[in-house]
Design a binder for this molecule. Structure first.
Ligand code: IPM
Ligand code: MG
Length: 365
């Protein structure tokens, strides 16, 4: 699903690299292209239909997404109507975001190198303030009904609103199962990687209902992992520590909205948005892989965007669909291109094109 803006250009490079590695390692990928995005929406009014999602469910192993978002559409239409819709439909409850500074990349943090910035953020991906329920109410009395319907549960809010000024509100929801499954995923990763301390993000000092509940569920799951320490950090504080002492972190587990925020910061300390990949994972279902940056409409069609985040996301996809060796060599190839420093896109201070960067990775493979 190439998507909008620079999406098609960077996905083309990702596909090129995956084809090269598949050739080398003797497997074959069948691609099906879904052109959901701004153009299709503006022409037909379609974001992504249940039929399309069902078809993907029945025929595909994973989704490789470029980026969504276009200035011709109101903010949120494509993001909510396609990206979040797909994350929720496939119940991709883990958003996996490696924050790793590769060799050869300039780090904006003074004195920090690849050894210091090498961790994974696990962002809950279906709940919290992302459930999409909120509304506005004009002055006076009104009733509003809001519903969240998920595979795991159904919640209905019946609101009697009485207000003397116009208001808007947004409701965050966290469920016990929804929180526990991602917390468990985090502890499992910590166990696999022999991590001493898993860090959990919240804002339990202010939003104490929702994030107090998060903490409670962390404590419950932590009992199953007596060898792994766990530490809570407020979201404002963790942004400070990401900058000051990133070497503390190996595994960071966070509710959805804070995860969105801290992973853009994470992207910067790993060398910029051009280098930050992500996976929307359903460990039992269909996962979706994408760069964490957006569609950068002003660079559309110019062949200057850095495709490395997308190529790296492609490697994560291969890992998830049972080709871990291929995943590993793609990341190694990216790193050798960066270390060599001969081919650099604009974001890395160079003049090379998107496709030259893709070619450079293929050559290293
Ligand atoms: C991200 C993006 C999305 C999010 C937007 C585009 C809906 O910022 O993947 O981090 O907030 O999750
Ligand atoms: Mg984001």
């Amino acid at each position: 699903m190439p998507g909008d803006g620079i999406g098609p250009e960077i996905i083309a490079e990702g596909v090129k690299v995956i084809e090269a590695v598949a050739d080398k390692n003797n497997f074959k990928i069948d691609w099906v292209t879904y052109n959901n995005g701004a153009d299709k929406y503006l022409k037909t009014g379609e974001l992504i239909t249940e039929e399309t999602l069902k078809e993907i469910k029945q025929t595909c192993k994973a989704i490789y997404l470029g980026a969504l978002g276009d200035p011709r559409c109101k903010p949120g239409i494509l993001e909510k109507g396609i990206l979040l819709k797909t994350r929720f439909y496939f119940d991709q409850y883990v958003n996996l975001r490696p924050i790793k500074l590769l060799g050869g990349v300039d780090c904006p943090l003074k004195g920090k190198g690849p050894k210091d910035i090498n961790f994974t953020v696990i962002r809950e991906n279906t709940e919290d303030f992302y459930v999409g329920i909120g509304n506005r109410a004009k002055i006076g009395k009104s009733k509003q009904e809001l519903e969240v319907i998920r595979d795991l549960y159904k919640v209905k809010f019946n609101l009697d609103i009485e207000n003397t000024d116009e208001i808007a509100y947004q409701i965050g929801v966290m469920s016990k199962q929804g929180a526990q499954r991602v917390i468990k995923y985090g502890f499992e990763l910590a166990k696999k990687e022999k991590v001493e301390t898993a860090y959990f993000v919240d804002k339990a000092n202010v939003l104490s209902d929702i994030y107090g509940f998060w903490r409670e569920n962390v404590e419950i799951i932590a009992k199953q992992y007596p060898k792994i320490k766990h530490e809570f950090m407020f979201v404002d504080a963790i942004t400070m520590w990401f900058v000051k002492n990133p070497e503390w972190f190996k595994v960071v587990i966070t509710p959805n909205m804070f995860g969105d925020i801290i992973t853009d910061l994470g992207a910067m300390i790993q060398g910029g948005l051009g280098l930050a990949p992500g996976g929307n994972i359903n460990p039992e279902g269909i996962s979706m892989f994408e760069p964490i940056h957006g569609s950068a409409p002003k660079y559309k069609g110019m062949n200057i965007a850095d495709p490395l985040a997308t190529i790296w996301a492609g490697a994560m996809m291969l890992d998830e669909i049972g080709q871990p060796k291929s995943a590993e060599i793609i990341v190694k190839a990216i790193e050798s291109v960066l270390k060599e420093g001969k081919v650099r896109t604009k974001d890395l201070g160079g003049k090379n094109t998107t496709s030259e960067m893709g070619d450079a990775v293929v050559k290293k493979l």
